[in-house]
Ligand binder design. Structure first.
Ligand SMILES: NC(=O)c1ccc[n+]([C@@H]2O[C@H](COP(=O)([O-])OP(=O)(O)OC[C@H]3O[C@@H](n4cnc5c(N)ncnc54)[C@H](O)[C@@H]3O)[C@@H](O)[C@H]2O)c1
Length: 258
């Protein structure tokens, strides 16, 4: 019987924001399907622990720092015999404050982390990928990249920016064999959505009311889409937004029957 491919065998990957939440799950799932993964994060202790638990290696990386990006790409490629096949730009932050109360320094920090960080990652990784014949870049988007989001002006703007950057990178890098896509997750129960004082029921009630599938996403439901886009199975996909959003992008949920 022919050996079944596990999906990312022999592939070398670098995943940012991998100390916790979705990034850590992406690392676990990529390792499980055969990739050699470097987990990167500015949170060193949590990042190293998460990577060790996933049989990945860890490097400290602040995605706003171009020099650290160069070192992270070299580190990931060195462990992979000189090649880099996959980059996942997952690291992000948010700040909750309406525009009139939003400190400009905080606005800049969100744009710098989410949007400029993604740009720096593409810039650092693409030449290494191209020299190996190509690769796949997956950027983390958001439903906030398709509409305005009250109280999160910088986050929404950064994620809209990532959509433009994803398309532009897909066009510019196509001839180098590099595919670039974005994944649009629905709400995940992570540090990013944690609200002081909320219990399980509060999360279920809040997100049950806003998502057509009436629940938050499991980390694996989003991570698997990232893994698929990074794999050869998605070989004709580039420049697109791919949703695992519980139907959020389709519109508001139907009224409850009864
Ligand atoms: N949580 C959600 O509901 C949700 C919904 C849609 C999209 N997303 C997106 O999914 C991705 C993962 O989000 P999450 O919920 O796991 O968030 P999280 O806050 O749990 O994890 C984010 C990780 O990014 C890291 N990070 C932050 N700034 C960094 C920097 N400058 N350099 C390196 N690492 C940095 C953090 O240390 C953390 O480990 C993000 O891009 C987020 O915008 C999340």
């Amino acid at each position: 019987m022919a050996k079944m491919s596990k999906g990312l065998e022999g592939k070398v990957a670098l995943v940012t924001g991998a100390a916790r939440g979705l990034g850590a799950e992406i690392v676990r799932r990529m390792v499980a399907v055969g990739a050699q993964v470097t987990a990167a994060d500015k949170r060193v202790a949590d990042g190293a622990a998460a990577a060790a638990g996933a049989a990945a290696q860890f490097i400290e990386l602040d995605v706003t720092d171009a020099d650290q990006w160069a070192a992270a790409v070299d580190f990931a490629a060195e462990a992979g015999g000189g090649r880099l096949d996959i980059l996942v730009n997952n690291a992000a932050i948010t700040r909750v404050a309406p525009i009139l109360d939003c400190d400009p320094a905080e606005f800049r920090k969100v744009i710098e982390t989410n949007l400029v960080g993604t740009f720096l990652g593409i810039r650092a990784a693409a030449p290494k990928m191209a020299s190996g014949g190509g690769g796949a870049i997956v950027n983390l988007g958001s439903p906030s990249a398709f509409e305005g989001t009250v109280g999160m002006p910088a986050y929404s703007a950064s994620k809209w920016g990532i959509r433009g950057l994803t398309r532009t990178a897909a066009l510019e890098l196509a001839d180098s064999g590099i595919r670039v896509n974005s994944v649009v997750p629905g709400p995940l129960r992570t540090a990013m959505t944690r609200r002081p004082g909320w219990e399980d029921d509060d999360y279920a009630r809040h997100y049950g009311a806003t998502v057509p599938l009436r629940r938050m996403a499991e980390l694996g439901e989003v991570a698997d889409l990232v893994v698929w886009l990074a794999s050869e199975q998605a070989s004709y996909c580039t420049g697109g937004d791919y949703s695992a959003d519980g139907g959020l992008g389709a519109g508001p949920p139907a009224p409850h029957p009864g």
